[in-house]
Design a protein around this ligand. Structure first.
Ligand SMILES: [Zn+2]
Length: 334
């Protein structure tokens, strides 16, 4: 793991580096590959969290979607004292959360829920901060999941996302049908060095052959998906420093539309109710929409209205709509 920061780092990035260093050395106890991945994820998220904290964004309570093994949620808790929930549709990934935390040298772990970002098991107006990294482009269309993030946020709360691709005609043209190879060719190694690989090669092509959704949304779909938010600030392409609310300034929007890039966004919910109460008491039944879901035993959470039970295993709750539960986790397969 290199501790070198990305080029053009801000003061915030430097702060994250200092914060991050103490535990870089401690966690050399497991396999270097996933260890490096966990550290890199936590590190890059900390750069963003520092910037957000500097601009006065509140983090508690938080919800992360598409969290994988929850390294970013753990970083938010342990560096900023935030409290919240980490979620992913993969129960296996969430089961690795305590392991990832050991590698990172963190003490506190988030609440873990296996759920689908299209059906978040929380009442409206529950969170102050909802965030996602490299997640929305796996949905095929970001609109329904973003609508859910908006719903569970309270008034004045923020939705933050990063590392999402935006496609434009120029990049479509420069890429053609070229795919990145493994191992990379000489030209690809050169492109990686200057971070141009996504300009000249279709970086999602290989995942698609494995059946993974690697969608590339254009500016109009991003704008449409973020429309529920009262305020939207998006940075497309760090290199070109294009910042816009996707409506104006017009020249930036035009350039963004043509070029595309890597999208990072901060959106503010301006309607709804202020967050009030403990998120642990604001679970919502996915079958009947009722609140008041509570723990019934060491093995289940239950709905007081319709009686639906949600399994609790290895300290994590699985809350999926019944049809999805039956197809992803059929009885007998845990
Ligand atoms: Zn119910």
């Amino acid at each position: 793991m290199t501790t070198k920061s990305p080029a053009g780092q801000s003061d915030s990035a430097k702060k994250a580096e200092i914060d991050f260093r103490p535990f870089l050395g401690e966690g050399a106890l497991t396999d270097p590959v996933s260890g490096r991945m966990f550290r890199e994820r936590a590190y890059l998220a900390l750069i963003d969290f520092n910037e957000l904290a500097d601009s006065g964004i509140g983090f508690s309570p938080f919800l992360e979607i598409g969290a994988g093994s929850g390294q970013r949620s753990a970083a938010l808790m342990n560096h900023f004292g935030a409290d919240g929930v980490t979620t992913d549709i993969s129960q296996g990934a969430l089961q690795n959360e305590p392991y990832a935390r050991v590698i990172l040298g963190y003490k506190d772990g988030p609440w873990r829920i296996c759920c689908d970002a299209h059906h978040l098991p929380f009442l409206a107006n529950t969170f102050q901060f909802v965030f996602a990294y490299r997640t929305l482009h796996h949905f095929g269309n970001p609109l329904p999941a973003v609508a859910e993030c908006h719903r569970v946020l309270g008034k004045g709360g923020h939705f933050f996302f990063n590392d999402e691709p935006m496609i434009g005609p120029i990049i479509r043209f420069t890429r053609g049908k070229r795919q990145l190879s493994d191992p990379p060719s000489r030209w690809q190694r050169w492109a990686y060095r200057y971070r141009l690989e996504k300009v000249f090669w279709d970086d999602g092509a290989r995942e698609r052959t494995l059946g993974i959704v690697e969608a590339r949304y254009d500016l109009d779909l991003w704008r449409q998906s973020l429309a529920p938010f009262g305020r939207v600030e998006v940075e497309v392409s760090r290199r070109l420093k294009l910042q816009s609310n996707l409506e104006k300034p017009a020249f930036t929007v035009l350039l963004t539309r043509l070029v595309g890039g890597n999208v990072k966004g901060l959106c503010t919910k301006e309607d709804g109710e202020t967050v009030n109460g403990d998120f642990r008491e604001r679970l919502m039944c996915l079958d009947c929409g009722s609140g008041g879901i509570s723990q019934r035993s060491d093995e289940v959470f239950g709905c007081p209205k319709c009686g639906r039970e949600y399994p609790l295993q290895d300290g994590l709750i699985r809350m999926l709509p019944l049809a999805l539960e039956n197809s992803l986790y059929p009885v007998g397969n845990g």
